[in-house]
Design a protein around this ligand. Structure first.
Ligand SMILES: Cc1ncc(COP(=O)(O)O)c(C=O)c1O
Length: 408
């Protein structure tokens, strides 16, 4: 397969031809990505042509419902799961909150959940709160130097009491990619289910969740070039077993069971644009004829290869600098292009200096308070985070490196 055609990629994102953003290199993609054109087109079409109650027998409504169904069917196919195993909710944080309510009802006092101190708070706090119900919370801890999670440490935490293991595909500050299949196998062997926060991984190529193996996999579409939605893969066995959190009469429809409120119709419909984007990229790179999961895998690899090539020079430029601590591994092939730097001064102030160089980045804790604390980072100073994705160009990386040279 050919290398990613970066000019073609950027032509799919209106932000790159927006005059007010000209010269501004975007490095806060882990916070939220630019939106691709197919998503914007579908959102506009929904709001202009189909903004009626969906699933009624008149044309505008029928088309609205069909487009919502199309989004689930096509995204589920890319993710390697059944259509009704994918559902949408307002955000990943709200989705874990609802799931935790379901586990609260299903679990018995004295049973246990494993959480990590590598996760964003979204996949940590809602589970830890179950301690109020007598659920034992066991923490799988990172290495304070490297930030890594060691699967062998997980084995020591597992016994017949553990019902659920929660961990990230990769952390939004440490960036190292966890071996989801290996960890899932360890948890499953001990009789526990697995909930993976894929929010920081999915923007770098949709994974084949079916092949990876977790029972629950979560990500946020506003970071994967889509609208502001949380996407939940809930495999059938666990989804049918956990108590229904929706209206009682919706409980026999798997994709409705964990979305208690009426969904955001327009944004779900527009989520089909993420599948359009995968297909457009595949077509352009000569991969159009294959099935959806294979197209997803091809695009995943195109994105990863491009990102790894751009990431290594960034890591090399910061890893040995005095007064800079690179959080996580300096090996680009093992991590997402989400790079946090602990400095000996306030990270938000440094981000403000970067803005003067046309670099859009942020400083703070990024709701990853626990991992940063565990690694001994001063939370008052926070970390500077520069994060990019496959649409980032070599020129923007050069702009970033020059700006870092100036401000660090
Ligand atoms: C790793 C990770 N998990 C979860 C979340 C929360 O996602 P949402 O904003 O959809 O609740 C974020 C958001 O930054 C994140 O980076």
């Amino acid at each position: 397969m050919s290398a990613l055609d970066i000019n073609f990629v950027r032509s799919q994102f209106p932000a790159f031809s927006e005059p007010s953003l000209k010269g501004q290199a975007f490095f806060e993609n882990a916070g939220g990505s630019y939106t691709c054109k197919p998503v914007l087109d579908r959102l506009t079409r929904y709001y202009t042509q189909r903004k009626v109650q969906p699933y009624a027998p008149y044309d505008a409504s029928r088309l609205a419902g069909e487009e919502m169904d199309e989004a689930r069917a096509r995204m589920a196919a890319i993710l390697g799961v059944d259509t009704d195993e994918l559902s949408f909710g307002p955000s990943t944080t709200q989705n874990t909150y609802v799931l935790a309510q379901a586990f609260r009802q299903w679990m018995q006092p004295g049973e246990a959940i494993v959480v990590t101190n590598q996760d964003h708070e979204a996949n940590s706090g809602p589970w830890r709160r179950l301690a109020d119900e007598g659920i034992e919370i066991r923490e799988w801890q990172i290495d304070p130097e490297t930030g890594s999670l060691n699967p062998m440490d997980l084995e020591n935490l597992l016994d017949e009491k553990v019902r659920l293991v929660c961990f990230p595909h990769c952390s939004n500050v440490i960036g190292e990619i966890n071996p989801v299949t290996e960890i899932t196998a360890i948890a499953h062997a001990a009789g526990a289910f697995v909930c993976v926060d894929g929010v920081s991984y999915a923007p770098h190529g949709f994974p084949n969740v079916g092949d990876l193996g977790p029972d629950i996999y979560l990500f946020s579409a506003y970071k994967t070039y889509g609208p502001h939605q949380g996407c939940m893969v809930i495999r059938r066995t666990i989804g049918e077993m956990l108590p229904n959190q929706a209206h009682f009469f919706n409980g026999d429809v798997l994709y409705k069971r964990f979305t208690p409120a009426g969904p955001d119709h327009a944004q779900i419909a527009a989520s089909a644009g993420m599948a359009d984007y995968v297909d457009v990229l595949c077509g352009h790179h000569g991969e159009a004829a294959r099935d959806a999961a294979q197209r997803g895998a091809s695009v995943h690899d195109l994105m990863r290869d491009h990102e790894i090539e751009l990431l290594q020079p960034v890591l090399d430029a910061v890893k040995d600098r005095n007064a800079v601590r690179l959080i996580g591994t300096s090996d680009a092939s093992r991590r997402a292009p989400t790079v946090s730097l602990a400095l000996n001064r306030n990270a938000e102030a440094v981000a403000a200096e970067l803005a003067g160089h046309g670099v859009m980045a942020g400083g703070g804790d990024f709701y990853a308070v626990r991992p940063l604390q565990a690694m001994g980072v001063d939370l008052d100073q926070g970390v500077l985070r520069v994060s990019f994705t496959h649409y980032t160009s070599k020129q923007e990386i050069d702009q970033l490196l020059n700006a870092l040279d100036d401000v660090l």
